[in-house]
Design a protein around this ligand. Structure first.
Ligand code: UDP
Length: 313
């Protein structure tokens, strides 16, 4: 049986990947220390005999006896408020954690996938962002703990590829949303939905003219799977190019929830990117992948999930 280890497997995307790989007949080892991941996300998998959960911090050396065909590094805080609050852990997981997982992949002759990010492009001056763009990152600002950790992870992954011929995949994830995000995750979609459902003010940072392009998690994990199964060792953007402003997003969420919320404006975080939109021609060409779920449908599903959570409480 084919086996995959997912570091960060109890997180938002990681847990959806656990589900996907189990559905596709893999054995799954989920490693997470639950700093930002949640046991609830994998609770339904604990009785599956092809699923193993290890509570482990990947900044500590990791020993696994069994063979592994694939090692995926999704371990890191990903929401800006999370990594602002965990700056050192974020840098350690991107550096030592990535190193430990690369060593594991090397020892097991596994394919290694690094979950990188559109944040490697920083505050881009090129739009849309192709993988060939080197980015515009402030190396000493508060965001750098995440951006530079991911850039370092990419560099280390490529060093293992060149030095040891490790078979690698470099995935650049753009903004993703969907069920299993925490209502207080701090990212824009969970924040706005949570606020709208409570009829609390919707907090726009800055004037709301900054743009993002949001990909529904089902599209994202299908793209991730296709990249893993491909032979592509170059970085690949996986995201939805449908770009909109944060003000447009706020209005859309107010409309879909039927909320009475007002919009309120707060300070823009330091170095907040003004625009972001993936160039996905590489994913289209090499993986035959395109996102299929539009924002309207994806937001409706996500709102339903949040409504369910508030009914549970
Ligand atoms: N944002 C906002 N209000 C919020 C949370 C975020 O206006 O309550 C803005 C944030 O400043 C950024 C965009 O929404 O411009 C996306 O933020 P998020 O934290 O989701 O992810 P980012 O793309 O910045 O990593």
């Amino acid at each position: 049986m084919v086996s995959v280890l997912i570091a960060g497997g109890a997180g938002f995307l990681g847990s959806h990947l656990c589900d996907l790989f189990l559905q596709r007949d893999f054995e799954v080892v989920c490693v997470d220390n639950l700093i930002t991941g949640r046991h609830d996300n994998i609770q339904h998998l604990l009785h599956n005999e092809r699923f193993t959960y290890m509570n482990h911090d990947v900044t500590l050396p990791i020993e696994i006896e069994r063979d592994l065909d694939y090692v995926l590094n999704f371990a890191s805080p990903a929401s800006p408020p999370d990594y602002y609050g965990l700056p050192i852990q974020t840098m350690l997981v991107g550096s030592i954690g990535t190193h430990n997982l690369l060593e594991l992949a090397k020892a097991k002759s596994s394919v290694f996938m690094m979950a990188s990010t559109s944040e490697v492009y920083g505050d881009p001056i090129v739009s849309p962002q192709p993988e060939s763009y080197w980015g515009n990152v402030n190396p000493i600002g508060p965001r750098s703990v995440y951006d530079e950790a991911k850039r370092f992870s990419e560099a280390m992954t490529m060093a293992y590829h060149r030095e040891f011929q490790l078979d690698v995949r470099l995935l650049r994830i753009f903004n993703v949303y969907g069920p299993r995000m925490r209502p207080r995750d701090g990212r824009v979609i969970p924040n706005f939905i949570d606020q709208a459902l409570r009829n609390d003010p919707i907090t726009i940072y800055g004037d709301g003219s900054q743009t993002r392009s949001f990909c529904y998690y089902q599209d994202e994990i299908e793209g991730i799977y296709r990249l893993l199964m491909s032979k592509v060792t170059k970085p690949v953007n996986i995201g939805n190019p449908n770009e909109l402003t944060i003000l447009e997003l706020a209005k859309k969420i107010i409309e879909l929830t039927g909320s009475q919320s007002e919009i309120t404006y707060k300070n823009l975080p330091v170095d907040d990117p003004k625009i972001r939109r993936p160039d996905i021609r590489r994913a289209q060409q090499y993986l035959d992948w395109l996102p299929l779920v539009d924002l309207h449908e994806g937001l409706q599903n996500t709102i339903e999930y949040f409504v369910g959570l508030s009914n549970d409480n």
